[in-house]
Design a protein around this ligand. Sequence first.
Ligand code: SAH
Length: 477
Amino acid sequence: MDHFPIFLHLAGRRVVLSGGGEAALAKLRLLLKTTAHITVFSADPAPQITAYAEAGKLTLIRRAMAPGDALCAALFYAADEDDAEDARTAALAHADGALVNVVDNLEDSQFITPAIVDRDPVTVAIGTEGAAPVLARAIKADLEARLPATLGPLARIGKAFRKAAEALPFGRARRDFWRDYYFSAGPAAIKGGEAAVKGALDTLLTEHLSRQARPGHVHFVGGGPGDPDLLTLKARRLLDEADVVIYDRLISQPILELARREAVMIDVGKEAYGPATAQETINDLIVQHAKNGAQVVRLKSGDATVFGRLDEEIEALDTHAIDWSIVPGITAASAAVAGIGQSLTRRGRNASARLLTGHDMKGFADHDWAALARPGEVAAIYMGKRSARFIQGRLIMHGADRQTPVTVVENASRPNERILATTLDALPAALSAAEMSGPALTILGLAPRAATDAAHRRNTDVIPTLYRHAESLQEAR
Ligand code: SAH
């Protein structure tokens, strides 16, 4: 982020603008929304600017800018529509100590003006650092359509009620009150005008003051394989409402960004082989926060019920009679088979698919190898990188075909997804050559869908690095 967004307090401060044409007018329309003292320098101002001056909305000085004209100005806009004049006036303003913006010239500007959605006092500023003004306008249009015009009045009336609302305890109780106001009681009352909204606020406050504090609750939420678009709507909502989020190592940053900024974020990341935070400590943390009355999201990667040590955490909560619920997520196996364009089950090929772990608490995990070695079997192997050689050995010992396709999908669903298509025979060597450092799912019995069939997927914007490798292997077979 090269440009840091802030909201500048302009009440009573000077803003100076040089220019009298269309560019100046465009900026002035925005600046006139503020309570700043605006001074415009222009020898030849557009009639609209003259009209603004006559209405007392700004000070118009009918000449070109000179040294000292931007003294004490917080902001300066060079809107001269002439590169040389812009450079001259910008240098003057700079010398006077103002922050300078040169219209349509990102390079020479110290700050830029975002696209604005105005529901004063609610203001949404959209910036793309000059990269995509079209995108900024599209986002603005989208928000304009989505944010009701009543948002402004509701926020203004709400602001005046903030002191009264302090009768509610800080934190969840107060947040619940405001949520009810903005999303239900407020919009319902707004048609009746300001008095009706104020009445609704009083009624709502009385009701909330007499409410029992909500008891703590724990949601075990599946965070999916990493792509935030693969979260369920429920997961998004709970993340947005959580007081405390306790998350694992594999939860990706874009997903954590969806939590409220005030939420307590606790990283209990476990490393493969041996937890970084002991399970008992995690259990204690969850229990302690829920007992304090917090709405806790226990965020686990993929689906919380798949290799997530869920039962241990549930037992700890049951011991303390704390309410909990499970919100399913997309497990890595689903994301990985989607990534290779395959179906996890298929009529005539495999009527079942297994989810296995490569290692468990005791070391390499044991399985029904004889059953897995049969032709056509499909298994999704979690945590299978380090146990690849062990698994290969067991399967071959039990009669598996050495040419059985095996596909490893690293970082499934993420921008850095990689697909390694190999065979049971070559698995350990191919894995160590690929040097995968991200989470990887090994799919036994499936190869990526053949190149010809995969053509329709070419138009996706992320083509995994090893995908071509996978295709050529497939063709060779
Ligand atoms: N509950 C999770 C699994 C946790 S065990 C789920 O349902 O997906 C952790 C293992 O999951 C990793 O070692 C890896 O094998 C697999 N995994 C998790 N996220 C993955 C991803 N984005 N891509 C590939 N494998 C992933």
